[in-house]
Design a protein. Structure first.
Length: 319
């Protein structure tokens, strides 16, 4: 027979469990609110293509594949584990950044964890890596992976640099409003040398081409109104039309320092301002020329993203 004390304890545990199961997930400061990029026009909502494109462009740079490696691969027996933190500038004063929960100070912080492995298949001088990146003060994550092939490496005693090409991809998760995929291709040149017989230094420079692919999900302009209570509220759902891929370019400078198995990598990336255009069929109107009193999504949106800079510090272990 269960005593009164045990019954009270079970009741208390049941109450706590019920409260936990019904808890509402609270949005963080950097979570997306894309409904703010839509304007109610008559009985429907028109999304701002230019703001959607520009936001996706800058967010794509924030969540883009990490670089953080010189041209030399790890070797077919090598492993590398690392953790990093990065700070990326955004155009926080631009209208499209109103689509996050709270105003930004102009910088977004991300943290990442990665594992990398050298391989000899399908060709020698191959390297693969996978990892995850989290955007601070948000529920947004990105899974990332890359493949690198060194065209030339290992001539450390000769005045010849190492050269590598790499392909990578980043897939953002954590938002029900947008699917964001970022692909990248880069070329890196580096030179490895010793310092005082204790350290190895590998300064590197490179160029990176980003392809950002945003896809809108259904967005509710009035999430606090239930369409079962107001039938007209169904018209307040809208979707941003699929856009042409967004192209961004980055220049990267960095150095990797190694002592025994410990590594420290410092990198600065500079993304040029956006300029790619979503060319809509059947119209020559630019979205920037649309009359605000008569909004339309049938216009050509030019990426208005500003230039961005990312500064990253990474600590790792080389085996």
């Amino acid at each position: 027979m269960i005593g009164p004390t045990r019954l009270l304890a079970l009741a208390a545990l049941s109450t706590v469990a019920l409260g936990a199961s019904s808890r509402v997930v609270v949005a963080d400061d950097n979570d997306l609110v894309l409904s703010r990029l839509g304007t109610i026009s008559g009985n429907s909502v028109v999304g701002s293509n230019i703001n959607f494109r520009s936001l996706a462009s800058e967010l794509g740079v924030v969540m883009a594949p990490r670089l953080l490696e010189p041209a030399d691969t790890l070797g077919f027996g090598g492993f590398h584990f690392s953790a990093d933190v990065a700070f990326t500038s955004i155009s926080s004063d631009a209208a499209y950044w109103n689509a996050i929960e709270e105003p930004s100070d102009g910088t977004m912080a991300t943290t990442g964890l990665f594992v990398k492995k050298g391989m000899w298949l399908p060709l020698p001088s191959f390297e693969v890596g996978i990892g995850a990146v989290h955007l601070g003060s948000s529920h947004l994550w990105a899974s990332q992976g890359y493949v690198k092939f060194a065209l030339q490496e290992g001539y450390h005693d000769l005045p010849l640099p190492s050269v590598a090409v790499r392909g990578a991809a980043s897939r953002m998760m954590g938002s029900e409003q947008i699917d964001l995929t970022v692909a990248s291709v880069d070329v890196v040149v580096s030179k490895d040398f010793g310092i005082a017989g204790l350290f190895r230094a590998s300064p590197y420079i490179g160029w990176n081409w980003l392809i950002i692919v945003p896809r809108s999900e259904v967005i509710d302009k009035t999430p606090n109104i239930d369409s079962r209570d107001d039938a007209t509220d169904a018209n307040m759902n809208f979707v941003f039309g699929d856009q042409d891929d967004i192209i961004r370019q980055r220049i990267l400078l960095g150095t990797k320092l190694k002592y025994y198995i410990f590594t420290l990598t410092l990198e600065a990336d500079f993304a040029l301002a956006g300029s790619s255009v979503d060319d809509r069929a059947g119209t020559d109107m630019r979205c920037i020329d649309v009359d605000p009193s008569s909004p339309t999504s049938n216009c050509d949106a030019t990426d208005a993203a500003g230039a961005q800079a990312t500064f990253t510090t990474s600590l790792g272990l080389d085996f």
